[in-house]
Design a protein around this ligand. Structure first.
Ligand SMILES: C[S@@+](CC[C@H](N)C(=O)[O-])C[C@H]1O[C@@H](n2cnc3c(N)ncnc32)[C@H](O)[C@@H]1O
Length: 289
C-alpha cells in the first residue's frame, strides 16, 4: 500500500467538527473551518465522503492548514487561492489578496472598453496576482492587455495564474518595472485604458494585523498621504493614453476629491468618482475626451 493512502481512524466529519470547535474558541467563523477542511480533502465534503477515513497524508495537510489559520495567517493565503470575478486565482504572501472593491473597478473598465469599441489596448499597472488585467482579458475579447509590477515575486504569482487562463492568455503580456517604465515605448499615445489599484495607504495608518503582518508592504503603502503613486499615475498617463482613452484608479474614500481635482488640472476633460459595494467613494474614472 502506498504511504499516502494509509488511512487513519478519523473521519472527515470528525475533523470538521474539531476545526469548527477550535475556530469558535478563537472567534473564527464556522464557514472558514468548513472551507479549510474541504481544501484539505481536495474538494467538497458531501454525502458519503464525510464518513470516509482520512489518509495520514491528508491529515498532515489538514493539520498544517488549520494551524496556519490559527496562527493568524489570512484565510486566502491558507487556502492558496481566491475567487475574483470569474477567476480562481492563486494567492500567497507575494501578492495582495484581491478585494471585492477591486471587482467593481473592473466593471468600470469594461464600460470604458465597450464605450471605445474595436480593439482596446489596456495597461494594468501594479498587477499583483493579475486580478484586474486577467479579468479584463477574459471578459472582453477585444482587448490586448499589458500587466506590470515592480515586484518580481508578484510577477511569479501572476505568471502562474496566467498559465491557467487558457485562450485569453494569448492577449496578455507581463512586464517587470516601475509603473509606465515597464511598458514598451511603442504604446505611448495608444492605450485606450490605463487601470491601477496602486498602494494607497498612508504610511502612518494603522492597519489590521492580518493585513500589516501578512500582505506585502510594497502592495500597501503609498507615501505620507498615501497618494504618491496615484499622483504619479495621474501625471504620467495622459501621454500614454489615446485621444479617447481613460484612466481608472482605485483609492481610499478620502483621496477621491483631491485626486479628481488633480486629474482635471492635468488635462482630463471628464472625471467622475465611483463607489464601492459599501457605497463609499472608491475609484476615479478620468477620460481624456
Ligand atoms: C494594492 S496592490 C494591487 C494588486 C492587484 N492589482 C489587485 O488589485 O489585487 C499594488 C501592486 O502594485 C505593485 N507596485 C508597488 N510599487 C510599484 C511600482 N513602483 N511599479 C509597479 N508596481 C508597483 C505592488 O507590488 C502590488 O502588486
Amino acid at each position: 500500500m502506498k504511504s499516502d493512502s494509509v488511512k487513519s481512524t478519523v473521519s472527515w466529519r470528525a475533523l470538521l467538527d474539531e476545526a469548527i470547535h477550535n475556530f469558535s474558541e478563537v472567534g473564527l467563523p464556522e464557514i472558514e473551518a468548513r472551507w479549510i477542511t474541504e481544501e484539505a480533502a481536495g474538494g467538497q465534503l458531501i454525502g458519503v465522503s464525510f464518513e470516509e477515513l482520512v489518509t495520514n497524508r491528508a491529515m498532515a495537510h489538514y493539520d498544517n492548514l488549520i494551524s496556519r489559520r490559527l496562527n493568524g495567517e489570512p484565510l486566502q493565503y491558507v487556502l492558496g487561492h481566491w475567487q475574483f470575478r470569474k477567476l480562481d486565482l492563486m494567492v500567497d504572501q507575494r501578492v495582495l489578496i484581491p478585494r471585492p472593491e477591486t471587482e467593481v473597478l473592473v466593471n468600470h473598465a469594461l464600460d470604458e472598453i465597450d464605450r471605445q469599441g474595436n480593439e482596446v489596448l489596456v495597461a494594468d499597472l501594479g498587477t499583483g496576482s493579475g486580478a484586474i488585467g486577467f479579468s479584463i482579458a477574459v471578459e472582453r475579447i477585444s482587448t490586448q492587455v499589458w500587466c506590470t509590477d515592480l515586484s518580481e515575486e508578484a510577477l511569479m504569482v501572476a505568471r502562474a495564474n496566467l498559465a491557467g487562463l487558457g485562450q485569453p492568455a494569448k492577449r496578455v503580456s507581463l512586464c517587470q518595472g516601475s509603473w509606465f517604465e515597464a511598458l514598451p515605448k511603442s504604446l505611448q499615445g495608444k492605450l485606450g485604458l490605463v487601470i491601477s489599484n496602486p498602494p494607497y495607504v498612508p504610511t502612518s495608518e494603522t492597519l489590521p494585523l492580518e493585513v500589516k503582518d501578512w500582505e506585502p508592504s510594497m502592495a500597501l503603502y503609498g507615501g505620507r498621504e498615501g497618494t504618491d503613486y496615484l499622483q504619479k499615475l495621474i501625471h504620467e498617463s495622459p501621454s500614454w493614453l489615446a485621444s479617447k482613452g481613460a484612466l481608472i484608479l482605485e483609492m481610499s474614500p478620502n483621496q477621491t476629491e483631491s485626486m479628481s481635482s488633480l486629474a482635471l488640472s492635468k488635462g482630463f476633460n471628464e472625471v467622475f468618482v465611483g463607489s464601492d459595494l459599501a457605497d463609499k467613494p472608491r475609484l476615479l474614472v478620468a477620460r481624456k475626451s
